[in-house]
Write a protein that binds this ligand. Structure first.
Ligand code: FAD
Ligand code: UDP
Length: 378
């Protein structure tokens, strides 16, 4: 590593990772405290897994899977709105089962179409589903969760094989929160997520995070891993680490498992290829879903790009795996992480906290961490 490349060898903060967490901390530090930050990023771009780019046909693609921005809290939305204009984000997802497309999350329309019935109201549908539910004394895993809420037919057609494909693990061996992410509805709400605040950055995520880090106090070094510079850069105040914990501790207690994905992009000479942004394939094909992001970026073009997602166990860490083995292992690392705060090293983000967190949640966590740093280093 040529340290000459680094302008500020003595930053107030050393930030590992230029994903949402790294960018938010650097922005707040510069704006509120005039602290300087050096962000080191091992990839050749900023924005972490939210990174998007324009392909050869001029289409914006989400390189690491579709990112559907939604906000649980107006306060977080207001903060991010300083760095981008928005367009609406009405995300519609369908599932391909037995040759037909059904709304996902499961809603009243899905239930009616799948069971070939008509219900006058929610209660009638609930009563019908009640007859299918498999009662469980204790909900121990993802299989119990769906069987007890929707019964065997829906579980087997919409959830079981998708989950096996996505995680490489049977739903019986996954925490109930894995499938519990997906709402279950008895109304006709067709949207993928429950939040009312659903928006897409007008010029994309990379542009959003570029705007966020446009400050002389922030230096970003791409293609640079923490491991390469850590001996030479000693920050005045603190180090913020947003990478995987097991890597930081040199796998002291063993490796945490992650689920990864291969994305295959294919561009078609067609304005639109499919009827909605995402189609899930629980039972057919090796890929889990087909995404036509143009439905939400709203670009106008005679071409359209589809991404196919193939789950795999090796590769970039995308999804923490929520089962007993990893929960217990992470607990051990968490103890070490807690102790490091005394040495002014902080862990935050989806990788560092080994949690399945959405963008609004990690941005909130970063803002909270900044508040703590402000108090400590005032
Ligand atoms: P990341 O975005 O992972 O950024 C961490 C960065 O740190 C990376 O760029 C990495 O290269 C870098 N890094 C790690 N270790 C080192 C090191 N040692 N040295 C230097 N650099 C390092 N969220 C939503 O809200 N809506 C969605 O629809 C959505 N869809 C998703 C789909 C997929 C397939 C995935 C994987 C995630 C999705 N997310 C979604 C989650 C979203 O991507 C995360 O919440 C967000 O990116 C987390 O930000 P972060 O800063 O914690 O981590
Ligand atoms: N899931 C499923 N069938 C679907 C969609 C989701 O079984 O059609 C399960 C699967 O286990 C998945 C989890 O629900 O990992 C959460 O789904 P979500 O769509 O939120 O996953 P993400 O978009 O985060 O990959």
């Amino acid at each position: 590593m040529k340290l000459k490349k680094i302008k500020n060898k003595n930053p107030d903060l050393l930030i590992v990772g230029a994903g949402p967490v790294g960018c938010v901390i650097a922005e707040r530090a510069a704006k509120i405290k005039k602290w300087s930050s050096l962000i080191v990023e091992k990839r050749n771009h900023i924005a972490g897994n939210c990174y998007d780019e324009i392909n050869k046909k001029g289409l914006r693609i989400h390189k690491y899977g579709p990112h559907y921005m939604r906000f649980k809290k107006k306060r977080i939305f207001n903060y991010v709105s300083k760095f981008t204009k928005w367009i609406k984000g009405n995300y519609i997802v369908k599932s391909y089962v037995k040759g037909q497309l059904y709304p996902i999350p499961i809603n009243l329309n899905t239930i009616e179409k799948f069971f070939n019935k008509k219900f006058q109201n929610k209660n009638q549908a609930r009563k019908f589903i009640e007859t299918l539910k498999i009662k469980k004394k204790k909900i121990k895993n993802s299989e119990d969760y769906i069987l007890s809420k929707l019964g065997k037919e829906i579980y087997e057609n919409f959830y079981k094989n998708y989950t096996i494909k996505q995680w490489g693990i049977h739903p019986r061996n996954l925490n109930k929160s894995v499938v519990g992410r997906l709402p279950i509805r008895f109304n006709r709400n067709p949207y993928y997520v429950n939040q009312k605040l659903k928006v897409m950055p007008k010029k994309g995520y990379t542009n959003l995070f570029k705007n966020m880090t446009k400050d002389k106090k922030i230096e970003i070094l791409l293609d640079t891993s923490y491991e390469k510079i850590k001996k030479n850069i000693k920050p005045n105040l603190a180090t913020i680490y947003t990478g995987p914990p097991d890597v930081f501790f040199n796998f002291k207690y063993g490796r945490l498992d992650w689920r990864s994905l291969d994305f295959k992009f294919k561009t078609y000479k067609k304005e639109k290829v499919q009827e909605c942004v995402q189609i899930n394939f629980p039972n057919e094909n090796k890929f889990t879903r087909k995404v036509e992001i143009k439905h939400v970026t709203k670009q106008k073009s005679k071409f359209s790009t589809i991404s196919y997602e193939f789950p795999k166990s090796k590769g970039d860490p995308y999804y923490p795996i929520n089962n007993k083995k990893n929960t217990n292992l992470f607990k051990k690392y968490k103890k070490l992480i807690g102790k490091l705060e005394k040495e002014n090293i902080y862990f935050e983000g989806r990788l560092a906290s080994y949690r399945y967190l959405n963008m609004d949640e990690v941005i909130e966590a970063a803002l909270n961490l900044f508040k703590r740093l402000k108090i400590k280093y005032g």
